[in-house]
Design a protein around this ligand. Structure first.
Ligand code: PA5
Length: 447
């Protein structure tokens, strides 16, 4: 089977040749820290072995529940924020036909999301939709105490119990949470919801290959076994490929750290397929939360081309020269479509007639790469043979493993997120939560 490849040929002119051997040594050291579990945050390395350790009985159970949900619901509401929703959203959007929901759907429930924001309008519109549609719910929170999904679950619990009655509602609610701690676990036990566990040693943004990602993806009709097979294949390469330049993870982590050290402080993840928009969002969370601490880290940004060539393209070509791009290049599209011939040829495009759209897109990709490199934006190219469960499994594991290596090269703990607490503290104080009285007065005086 083919696999994801990393091409660094378009950044060599931006990095001193002398820097590579030292970085190679440094990256080998980071690889050892990760595999020997001696690095920072080494109690959060459960994700490394997930693709080979998930039990068949668990996977069968997820697939059986997905079938039950499919029988009972046309909509599946996934309540969660951050790592508790971005992975499944990214996978479903990447694999779905975006127009299917408008034409009656794929035969599988449409997965919609809630509790990833606090918008009153968003949730009111969702509840109005749920009035008219058969649905089931997954409430996902590792800590079980996150405000946004907790509020969304209050709303939806009330709605589902009113719509179906308490007894039937219990059969339609699935909780995915920590094994023992947290309010959600207590509630799930009390109410008797079907529950899946997020392992203790897997953090939110590394949890897509646990039931957190697997249940929604299975409900949407996609092959979670193939997804895990792809991740398994990349795990083998990541762990055992001894040659630094042949191991895609060490190569990517090394390249981005060398670029950072040469003043390129922002990485833009680029896709030429709009279906990868949420894969970029998932990647932004993974890298932003893992690396951005102690006043360090590469700022993760994202664009989808060619759309954003008509907006952000100008800045990338000629703005501040602190950027580099990582392009996810897709080998083969799933469908075929060619440019038609037009007898009048008023747009002058008959020279393209008969050409596949993917070929036009490919030349746009290559032309953009050269233009941006010429403009001072180094380019890392990730080639993925196709968008499928198998290759997305590879991509996910590749990004996770590289992120951990890259965090170690930066000298941070890639598995914590202490900075996320600051806004929560202020929000609770401003909302008048008991126990925050002093902060409430201080903050209100500042507004
Ligand atoms: O990566 C992380 O740990 C976070 O982004 C969490 O996923 C996010 O804050 C949601 O947390 P929880 O699942 O505990 O509700």
């Amino acid at each position: 089977m083919t696999q994801l490849k990393v091409d660094i040929s378009k950044l060599q002119s931006f990095i001193d040749d002398q820097a590579w051997p030292a970085m190679q040594e440094e990256m080998n050291n980071c690889h050892r820290q990760l595999t020997l579990q001696t690095g920072k945050g080494n109690d959060f390395l459960g994700w490394v072995d997930l693709p080979v350790q998930l039990e068949t009985s668990l996977l069968d159970h997820i697939r059986a529940n997905a079938e039950t949900i499919r029988q009972m619901a046309r909509l599946f509401v996934v309540i969660g924020i951050g790592g508790s929703y971005l992975g499944s959203k990214a996978l479903i959007e990447a694999l779905a036909n975006p127009f299917e929901t408008m034409t009656g759907g794929s035969g599988y429930p449409t997965v919609v999301f809630a509790g990833e924001n606090l918008s009153e309008d968003y949730h009111a519109h969702l509840l109005a939709l749920l009035d008219k549609t058969e649905y089931a719910v997954a409430v996902i929170s590792k800590s079980g105490t996150t405000t946004e999904p907790a509020i969304a679950f209050r709303l939806i619990k009330q709605h589902i119990e009113k719509k179906y009655g308490k007894k039937e509602a219990r059969k339609r609610i699935f909780a995915i949470t920590d094994v023992a701690r947290g309010a959600l676990k207590k509630l799930a036990d009390t109410e008797g919801y079907s529950t899946y566990v997020i392992p203790d040693d897997v953090g939110g943004r590394y949890s897509v290959l646990t039931p957190v990602g697997l249940l929604p993806v299975a409900v949407a009709g996609y092959d979670i076994l193939s997804l895990l097979d792809g991740a398994k294949q990349m795990r083998t390469v990541a762990l055992t490929s001894p040659d630094f330049f042949q191991n895609p993870c060490t190569l990517y982590a090394a390249a981005r750290n060398l670029l950072l050290r040469s003043g390129k402080t922002t990485e833009i993840l680029v896709a030429f397929e709009p279906s990868l928009l949420y894969m970029i969002e998932w990647w932004k969370q993974l890298y932003g939360e893992s690396e951005g601490k102690e006043h360090k880290g590469i700022f993760p940004a994202g664009v989808t081309f060619t759309s954003d060539l008509h907006s952000m393209g100008q800045y990338i070509q000629e703005g501040m020269r602190t950027l580099f791009e990582t392009v996810i290049s897709i080998g083969e599209p799933a469908k075929q479509l060619s440019v038609p011939i037009d007898t009048e040829n008023l747009d002058g495009l008959n020279f393209l007639s008969g050409m596949r759209l993917s070929e036009v897109n490919r030349q746009a990709e290559l032309g953009t790469m050269l233009a941006h490199v010429d403009g001072g934006v180094p380019n890392i190219r990730l080639t993925l043979p196709a968008i499928s469960e198998y290759y997305l499994g590879q991509l996910i594991y590749f990004f996770e493993f590289s992120c951990a290596l890259s965090g170690y090269a930066l000298g941070v703990n890639p598995f914590d997120q202490p900075g996320v607490e600051a806004y929560k503290k202020n929000m609770f104080a401003l909302l008048g939560k008991p126990g925050f009285e002093k902060e409430t007065t201080e903050l209100r005086n500042r507004l």
